[in-house]
Design a protein around this ligand. Structure first.
Ligand code: IPM
Ligand code: MN
Length: 361
């Protein structure tokens, strides 16, 4: 991807602590832009719970088109205690993933230096893999319904939808990504699914995976059932290089991955449309954390990591790598913990520390 002279960025700070972590992420973005000599034009959008409660609208008319015109989107968090579950998730987050066809959900599981993992005897050299989660199909399609709702005979169905096109483009991207990542310990792509039970949908995934694998003889094509994968992630995380998986399983194993890398204060993800002109969205995984809102105690490292990913995948890989080095300097030499309120610094101070570290990295 070509570097644009100016990065046109849409910013959705969102709900709860979203605006606080987004502010620190943008602070770091501006600092690295000035060091690496590029400019950013930001457009802020006030989508989220507050706007929904005020106007009844989640994604207003024309919003998707405005977002699409940007090079990338930075999202803080969605989720509001006064909004029923599903409204913002479906109406904003999933709607953007689907409408912008962000078919890759990229979740690096990397233990930064100095960060504590719940795994005894494991360190940064052991926990460094990437999950490529399909992001537009599966149980997330919203296919299903009720029969005899509210009666003792009620029936509910919720169908997983898989298409050849949908799994093939994700699998192919994952092979390309594994090749480029070029792990010195060996390039390995593990398909995580449940072929022993999901004998239609995951058979399609498995056949497609094997076919595409033939084009990548330099990548070891590997398979794990999802339940076994959960055990191995905890017992031998160093086994994994890149995992490719379906949407629902990917959702679950990436939360497991997040805790291995130090928790929601650290983990970030990208919703990527890799097609030419595609608009991708990057987000910290932490959610809106309403109880910490406005206290300047939430960890902004995940949001800053989201900026690093955004830069890496939007044509600014040098700037992205620089942000990552600065993050690791701060986690490795400054912060006491990655938990809200226990960092030894406030939210804004952590942002300042990363900015300070950038100059020297
Ligand atoms: C995630 C989140 C979302 C998902 C929710 C908020 C809809 O858990 O990005 O992993 O399930 O994809
Ligand atoms: Mn999730």
């Amino acid at each position: 991807m070509k570097q644009h002279t100016q990065l046109k960025l849409a910013v959705i700070p969102g709900d709860g602590t979203g605006p606080e972590v987004t502010a620190e992420a943008l602070k770091v973005l501006h600092a690295v832009a000035s060091l690496e000599r590029f400019t950013c034009a930001l457009t802020e959008f006030d989508f989220g719970g507050e706007r929904y409660l005020r106007t009844g609208e989640v994604l207003p008319e024309g919003a998707v088109e405005q977002l699409r015109a940007c090079d990338a989107i930075l999202l803080g968090a969605v989720g509001h205690p006064d909004v029923p579950p599903g409204v913002l998730e479906k109406g904003l987050l999933l709607a953007l993933r689907f409408q912008l066809d962000q078919y890759i959900n990229l979740r690096p599981v990397k233990l930064y230096s100095g960060v504590e993992t719940p795994l005894r005897d494991k360190g940064p050299q052991d926990i460094d893999f990437v999950v490529v989660r399909e992001n537009t199909e599966d149980l997330y399609c919203g296919v299903g319904g009720f029969l005899k709702k509210g009666t003792p005979d009620e029936v509910a169905t919720q169908s997983a939808v898989y298409t050849r096109k949908g799994c093939e483009r994700c699998i192919r991207w994952a092979f390309e990504f594994t090749r480029k990542r070029n792990n010195p310990k060996g390039k390995r792509l593990t398909l995580v699914a449940k072929t022993n039970v999901l004998t239609y949908g995951h058979d399609l995934w498995d056949r497609t995976f094997r076919e595409v694998a033939r084009e990548y003889p330099d990548v070891q094509a590997d398979y794990n059932h999802v339940d076994a994968c959960c055990m191995w992630m905890v017992k031998n995380p160093e086994y994994y290089d890149v995992i490719v998986t379906t949407n629902m399983f990917g959702d679950i194993i990436t939360d497991l991955g997040a805790i291995l890398q130090g928790g929601m204060g650290v983990a970030a993800g990208g919703n990527i449309n890799p097609d030419p002109g595609g608009c991708s969205m990057y987000e910290p995984m932490g959610g809106s954390a309403p109880k910490y809102t406005g206290q300047n105690v939430i960890n902004p490292i995940a949001a800053i990591s989201a900026v690093a990913m955004l830069l890496e995948h939007t044509g600014y890989p040098v700037a992205g790598a620089r942000v990552l080095r600065a993050i690791e300097h701060v986690t490795g030499t400054k912060m006491k913990s990655q938990s809200a309120g226990k960092m030894g610094y406030s939210t804004t101070q952590v942002g300042d520390l990363v900015v300070e570290a950038l100059a020297a990295c």
